[in-house]
Write a protein that binds this ligand. Structure first.
Ligand SMILES: [Zn+2]
Length: 226
C-alpha cells in the first residue's frame, strides 16, 4: 500500500510539473523497500526525543553487532550530541527526520526548508561528518512539494517503510517483535526510539531475523548505495 502511495505522490509531481517551481533537480526517489535480490533487512529507528532511550537502543545494537539507520529529530540530537557522534562513529546511519517533527505537508515552504536544513546542521555539528542523504518525513507524510524540495536540500531519497508494528502505541514487547518480524528480502522495518516496548522487543527482532538468515544492514546498504 505504501508503494502505491509513493507512486501516487510521484505521479502527482509529474501531473503538476507545470506549476511546481523548477529547482534544477529531479524529484526525490521515494522508497519503502530495498532490493529483493539480497537476503537482508534494514532496521530503522525514528524520533529519539529521549537520550536515555537512544543510548539504550544504541547499546543493544552494539551488543549484537548490528548496524541500523536512525532518523532522529534534531531537537533530540541536540540533547546528547556525544551519543550521536558515537552512533555515527560506530557505522550506524543517520538520516533526516526534521528538527521538531511537524507534518511537512501542512507547513509553509520556508518552514519545511528550515526544518530540514536546520536538522542537517544540528546533526552534522554533533557527528562531525556528512549525514546520510536520506529523508524520512514525520508521520511518513509527503506531497509533491516535498518530493521536489528534498533533492535540492541534499536529500534525493525519501525513505518510508514496508514493515511497521505501531510500536509507538504498544506496551507489549512480544507483540512489537512478532509484528516487526514479518519482513522479507529488502524489508525496511519502522521502529521508534522511545517506547519501552521497542527496547524490550529489539533483542528478539534481531535474533528472529538472524535465525532466518537475514543480514541486518543500513538503508543505504539495502538500496545498494552503502
Ligand atoms: Zn517520527
Amino acid at each position: 500500500m505504501l508503494v502505491v502511495l509513493a507512486a501516487g505522490a510521484l505521479a502527482l509531481v509529474l501531473a503538476a510539473g507545470a506549476v511546481v517551481p523548477a529547482l534544477g533537480a529531479p524529484p526525490a526517489r521515494v522508497v519503502s523497500q530495498g532490493t529483493t535480490t539480497r537476503h537482508a533487512v534494514a532496521l530503522t529507528f525514528d524520533d529519539a526525543w529521549d537520550p536515555v532511550a537512544a543510548r539504550t537502543v544504541f547499546a543493544i545494537l552494539q551488543a549484537h553487532d548490528v548496524r541500523a539507520t536512525f532518523f532522529p529529530v534534531a531537537l533530540g540530537v541536540a540533547r546528547d550530541p556525544s551519543l550521536w557522534r558515537a552512533v555515527a562513529d560506530a557505522g550506524d546511519e543517520i538520516g533526516n527526520h526534521t528538527t521538531s517533527h511537524p507534518d511537512l505537508t501542512t507547513e509553509p515552504s520556508d518552514e519545511v526548508i528550515a526544518e530540514i536544513v536546520g536538522a542537517r546542521r544540528t546533526i552534522e555539528a554533533a557527528t562531525g561528518r556528512r549525514m546520510a542523504p536520506l529523508l524520512r518525513p514525520p508521520y511518513g507524510r509527503l506531497d509533491d512539494r516535498l518530493v521536489r524540495l528534498a533533492p535540492a536540500l541534499g536529500f534525493p531519497t525519501v525513505v518510508l517503510w514496508s514493515v511497521a508494528s505501531s510500536d509507538w502505541a504498544e506496551t507489549d514487547g512480544s507483540l512489537v517483535a512478532s509484528r516487526s518480524l514479518v519482513g522479507d528480502d529488502g524489508a525496511i522495518v519502522l521502529l521508534h526510539v522511545g517506547p519501552a516496548a521497542t527496547i524490550e522487543a529489539l533483542p528478539a527482532i534481531i535474533a528472529g531475523y538472524r535465525a532466518r538468515g537475514f543480514d541486518l544492514v543500513t538503508v543505504s546498504e539495502l538500496l545498494g548505495e552503502g
